[in-house]
Design a protein around this ligand. Structure first.
Ligand code: FAD
Length: 481
């Protein structure tokens, strides 16, 4: 399945773990936070999709920044390769070893350090689970600026390291805007305190951005400072059916214009995605009466309960009259709203149950988004089921190809076709999931050679021996000598 990984050779410059290393780690971390147990290692070596699998013999669980620093300083001096791991929900094989890299999981670093109820700035350790942060903030009347289907397991440090997008990006922007500061440890154990809590700070290069989205290749993120948002009193959710893709596009334009300041999510799925969810997840049903080619979820978040709801109802009615929408319902309560979200958020899980899945996460001009789905359907015929869904409001398509099992013939028809198609339309081959091991060698489809060369120089500056998350993000050929 993981053909990208199977083409890579272990870098012979890396040392292999020996018993002295293990003793040293036990000394600094304590016995129980040095994991050699086979079962736990099996889980930590395997990615969420069960597609990528490493063979690490050791997982380390540091409790604080100083321990992370000691671990990295030692690994760097011994030239032991390391894979930083968070909740292990990443979808590009970035969070598991390719070979025998030592796994450093920051899950024990899960304390909330401070919360400022005036500015809304939350400071916490990197291992905090996203949903736990959301639950904490709820008691204070605030929400996280990001939300995603993996919230029950993913860590904020993992979110920052992948620059996760998710369902609220259309409203609150990317983590490059909402993360105000962070603390990170570089390969030699150096601790970089960039844990600012200020909205504005133009004092030199803003280096925290190097760690947002660099997928553990430049350092381990240990603390995060993030701007949260007040929890507003009125949240409404509509589930809408559209007969064609052009109507979805027009609806997006109309929604931005007419719902404006209260629009907080605009998600879409096609009929193939809907069928998959209905077939593979229990207790799910189609909220609208008849099946259609496309479905849209529009969420609004505002502070005026009566007006916001009227606004959404009027919008829906007008869209029905104009023929942009063929059917639509507004959730009557929070349970119905969660049942609507369950459909959109359950697609990843349903795909997982359906068999083998090839996942592509593309940014494309909105008018092109569904052309690639149709083209690929034509190309693959009945070899596989092609699905399109995603964050339409952000121009982000999740293109998924589901088949009974992984096979090279199918993969050969998909790649490089999908990457070439995306590049031709000046899209991105990774909108929000990152490159990991899956797409490290494909970076040139979205970035120029000069840009990649500068990235490699930065990597060499921060991690001269290349111990941090090797074989990921950048083409392996740049580092093999
Ligand atoms: P991991 O998977 O453990 O790691 C991801 C990468 O970050 C790896 O390269 C790892 O080395 C690195 N890393 C992790 N922690 C650290 C750290 N502390 N310091 C340095 N590097 C670190 N993504 C989206 O963007 N939007 C979505 O809507 C979305 N929905 C999802 C839904 C489901 C059901 C699933 C399974 C995944 C989804 N994802 C989505 C994928 C997304 O990338 C992850 O869920 C999340 O951001 C990764 O966090 P994690 O803690 O699990 O990181």
């Amino acid at each position: 399945g993981s053909s990208a990984a199977s083409l890579i050779q272990r870098n012979p410059l890396f040392s292999s773990l020996d018993s002295k290393d293990v003793s040293y780690f036990k000394e600094i971390l304590g016995e129980k936070n040095v994991v050699e147990d086979k079962e736990r290692l099996e889980t930590a070596n395997t990615d969420w999709m069960h597609k990528y699998k490493g063979s690490s013999k050791l997982m380390l669980l540091p409790k604080n920044t100083q321990e992370v620093s000691q671990i990295l300083e030692y690994c760097d001096s011994r030239r032991l390769a390391v894979v930083p791991q968070g909740g292990n929900t990443g979808l590009v094989g970035g969070s598991v070893p390719v070979f025998d890299e030592v796994i450093v999981n920051v899950g024990l670093m899960n304390k909330i350090l401070s919360f400022d109820e005036v500015s809304g700035v939350l400071v916490c350790e990197a291992g905090c689970i996203l949903e736990n942060l959301a639950t904490f903030l709820d008691t204070k009347g605030f929400i996280m600026p990001l939300d995603l289907g993996a919230k029950g397991s993913c860590h904020i440090g993992g979110n920052v390291s992948t620059n996760a997008g998710g369902l609220r990006l259309i409203r609150y922007g990317s983590l490059h805007g909402t993360v105000l500061g962070l603390e990170a440890v570089t390969a030699n154990g150096n601790v970089l305190d960039m844990l600012g809590t200020l909205r504005k700070d133009n004092t030199g290069y803003d280096l925290k951005h190097l760690f947002i989205g660099s997928e553990g290749s430049l350092g381990i993120v240990t603390k995060v400072s993030i701007l949260t948002q007040p929890k507003l009193s009125s949240v409404n959710l509509a589930f809408i059916a559209c007969k064609d893709y052009l109507s979805c596009q027009k609806l997006l334009v109309e929604a931005k214009r007419n719902l404006g300041e209260i629009l907080s999510a605009f998600e879409f799925l096609d009929n193939n995605s809907m069928d998959l969810v209905l077939n593979h997840l229990d207790g799910v049903r189609n909220p609208v009466s008849s099946s259609e080619n496309f479905y849209i979820l529009i969420e609004t978040t505002g502070s005026d309960e009566t007006n916001d709801r009227e606004k959404l109802e009027a919008f829906l009615l007008k869209s029905l009259e104009k023929g942009l929408v063929s059917d639509g319902v507004i959730a009557q309560d929070i349970n119905q709203a969660s049942s609507f979200w369950r459909i959109r958020e359950g697609i990843t899980e349903a795909l997982q149950k359906a068999g083998a899945v090839y996942k592509y996460d593309l940014s494309l001009p909105v008018e092109e988004i569904y052309n690639i789905v149709n083209d690929l359907r034509g190309r693959l015929g009945d070899l596989a089921n092609v699905m399109g869904y995603g964050h339409l409001g952000d121009g982000n398509l999740h293109l998924n190809i589901s088949a009974a099992e992984y096979n090279d013939k199918l993969l050969g028809l998909i790649e490089p076709y999908v990457y070439e198609w995306t590049s031709k339309h000046r899209g991105s081959i990774s909108a929000e999931h990152g490159l990991g091991v899956m797409k490290a060698n494909e970076i040139f489809y979205s970035k120029s050679p000069e840009t990649v060369a500068l990235m490699a120089s930065i990597k060499k500056l921060l991690d001269p021996k290349g111990i941090l998350n090797p074989y990921k993000v950048l083409p392996h050929s740049l580092f093999s000598n």
